[in-house]
Design a protein around this ligand. Structure first.
Ligand code: PLP
Length: 372
């Protein structure tokens, strides 16, 4: 189609039509997403910084400062001190940066990475891109990686171990402390993919150890655009210190700064501003409340499903409920016909619901009515 040079009014009317075709988080029917409607202050902040570019930081020192503050706040939450990090396009880019650094830190010619069978699919993409051999370790009955399986997989070619704190499919948290011991014994890089869980686990009443408190954790993915309520794109990669970051350096001869560390070149400061705005507006107490509400709704959903005879794949650790019926695929199709967007997960033959902040108690009750 040729762009026609239409009036502003026509263009906006047409855009509204396109927008109408989209699902909206606020309608409460999206139960399959790990993103949510950004907090209103995130939207405002985003618009304020729309034309900024952190790819050319010398022009936008205010955004550089904002990014440093967001990284410091995330690091503090994850018990890090003097960390270095970036707000990037998402968990995929964050994981990519961690593995790129881990690989570049060694001189191994046929590098391998040990990751749980439950690792996010972004990691298999990344292994292909970086020419890393993925070595998958088996899970235990709670869908957490078996520490003994990871230990057995270590070879002279291993460059990194990955654990997940909040798997995308079931919300399981790997025993990161066990992985930290293996990393320490074998002098290996340990990366924690907490893209989803990183902004939930710290707000739980008795959080398991998964962060920089464990001294061999070298980097953590933690995404403000998931449970952080920031606007997309806002992934986060936090490195324990500068050591790994140095291995990501690329020369940028014609820009205001002569080096870049992120994979993406031109990147918006608007996401950073949106994350900063939410953190500094709602603060720790705000997140605690969001997590409390999500976990309460998760409990209502799990109980309702169990009472109606559905089988939970596992007891929810985070705000993800996975369940099966006699004929799970048909149940999923019926729910779709009733307007619900749920995920069907073939690996576990289950339906998965992510109880994000836009999924209120009212929606949980309506969903149970349509399911049971
Ligand atoms: C655990 C985990 N890691 C990585 C990702 C990838 O994040 P993104 O889609 O923001 O690139 C996701 C996405 O849901 C995830 O849940």
């Amino acid at each position: 189609m040729k762009p026609l040079g239409s009036s502003k009014k026509t263009v906006l009317q047409k855009l509204k039509k396109f927008r109408k075709q989209n699902q909206r988080y606020e309608d409460g029917k999206i139960l399959c997403s790990m993103c949510t409607k950004p907090h209103p202050i995130a939207e405002k902040a985003y618009n304020m910084f729309l034309s900024t570019n952190l790819g050319d930081p010398g022009l936008f020192p205010g955004c550089v400062r904002l990014e440093e503050e967001v990284v410091d706040q995330l690091a503090m939450l994850l018990h890090g001190e003097n960390c270095k990090g970036f707000i990037v396009s998402g968990g995929t880019e964050a994981n990519l940066m961690a593995l790129l650094a881990a690989r570049n830190m060694t001189k191994i010619s046929q590098p391998e990475v040990i990751l749980p069978e439950s690792a996010h699919f972004s990691l298999s993409k990344i292994c292909r891109m970086l020419n890393l051999k993925p070595v998958y370790a088996a899970l235990d009955s709670a869908f957490r990686v078996k520490v003994s399986a990871v230990e057995k997989s270590v070879t002279l070619n291993t460059v990194a171990i990955i654990g997940t704190a909040g798997t995308a499919e079931l919300g399981a948290i790997d025993p990161i402390d066990g992985l930290a011991e293996i990393a320490s014994k074998n002098n290996l890089y340990l990366h924690v993919d907490a893209a989803f869980g990183g902004l939930i686990i710290p707000f739980l009443p008795n959080p398991p150890k998964f962060d920089f408190n464990l001294t061999t954790v070298q980097s953590i993915t933690v995404d403000p655009h998931k449970m952080g309520m920031a606007a997309i794109p806002a992934g986060g990669i936090i490195f324990r210190n500068n050591q790994a970051v140095d291995y990501l350096k690329t020369e940028t001869p014609y820009l205001t700064d002569h080096y870049q560390h992120t994979f993406v070149g031109t990147r918006t400061g608007a996401s950073v501003a949106s994350a900063w705005a939410v953190f500094n507006h709602i603060g720790i107490e705000g997140y605690q409340k969001i997590v409390r509400d999500c976990m309460r709704n998760t409990a209502i959903l799990s109980k309702g499903l169990t009472n109606a005879g559905f089988k939970l794949v596992t007891k929810p650790t985070l705000n993800i409920v996975a369940f099966s019926s006699q004929n799970t695929k048909t149940t999923a199709e019926n729910l779709r016909k009733k307007g619900w967007f749920v995920s069907y997960i073939p690996r576990y033959d289950c339906i998965r619901v992510v109880v994000m902040p836009h999924v209120k108690k009212r929606e949980v009750i309506a969903f149970l009515r349509d399911t049971c």
